[in-house]
Design a protein around this ligand. Sequence first.
Ligand code: NAD
Ligand code: ZN
Length: 348
Amino acid sequence: MSALNSMVALEKSRAEAGLWMVDAPLPDIGPDDVLIKVNATGICGTDIHIWNWDDWAANTVPVPLITGHEFAGEIVELGRDVTGLRIGQRCSGEGHLVETDSRQSRAGKFHLDPGTRGIGVNVQGAFAQYLAMPAFNVVPLPDDIPDEIGAILDPLGNAVHTALSFDLLGEDVLITGAGPIGIMAAAVARYAGARHVVITDINAKRLALAEHVVPSVVTVDVSCEALEDVSARLGLTQGFDIGLEMSGSQAALDQMIDALVMGGKIAMLGIPPGKSPVDWSRVVFKAITIKGVYGREMFETWYKMIAMLQNGLDVSRVITHRFDVAAFRDGFDAMRSGQSGKVVLSWS
Ligand SMILES: NC(=O)c1ccc[n+]([C@@H]2O[C@H](COP(=O)([O-])OP(=O)(O)OC[C@H]3O[C@@H](n4cnc5c(N)ncnc54)[C@H](O)[C@@H]3O)[C@@H](O)[C@H]2O)c1
Ligand SMILES: [Zn+2]
């Protein structure tokens, strides 16, 4: 391990594909920050973009930078002015750092602050033995939420934010994309009282994982099955009431618009690769509402997801791979295969 005053971290050290395990200085904390000893981290699709060094990453991420934003750990040092937290407190945290002077922040809508910067993307991140973070961003973890779940609260929060965008009670819900976030959204939709929850993908392994995590979900492989046949079988006469777009695929969004009822609603988390050839006239004629979803609401999403986890929401089976950080390459390989659920690295 590292010398005093230094720590092990996974760094984007050079502007090329890969991440490197380095010795980095321990982060300094300001008066309003805390120092967190990281115990577990989740690998996100964003980290894969950074590993691959695609155009988005090359245009966004400064080099060198410690990556990673999904974490759980415990507080080991408090800045001078921090109140309400204590050393030894187990925690996760919101990786979007916000300013307080924008109109949105001053209205209490911190997640809409246009000055948002992401840890592990714009500023030093969580793939490290220690992370400095504003106390404001810290989310204490109750004892009954283990570190590996704490490490995936960020993507669970994306799923919760999206799924709770519209009232799901009694509604028929279509989720496009059975990645880790789509699968967790299916679990949340079930929890929130949806009638039918249907999830689509073009990857059979991912659909099998969706069934493993949420046994009552209906899976549809749209590469070989017609979604209309499934909705007819379920007795949906007009279509789905609510769509949660979680694939980033333009074909999936187009299919979703087609499959919705008149006046249906879409919460859109997936990030399309470019301009979209979606048939927009149908959005108008079907009077569909589309809401773009970014990040998590600070901190209502965190409150709701922790409350649900403490009261029966179970997403633990979405974690398919666990590695010690020394084997981080295996973790990234699993994630890059596109076949995994969440991959968690242990740092303790
Ligand atoms: N808006 C935000 O704040 C935010 C945050 C995190 C992730 N995201 C985005 O949310 C999406 C989901 O994240 P993830 O980590 O679960 O992604 P992922 O890439 O692991 O999963 C996407 C899934 O969509 C599937 N898919 C591809 N084409 C499809 C089609 N035509 N129909 C149905 N499914 C199809 C893929 O096979 C894959 O399993 C991604 O687009 C990601 O970039 C957005
Ligand atoms: Zn993430």
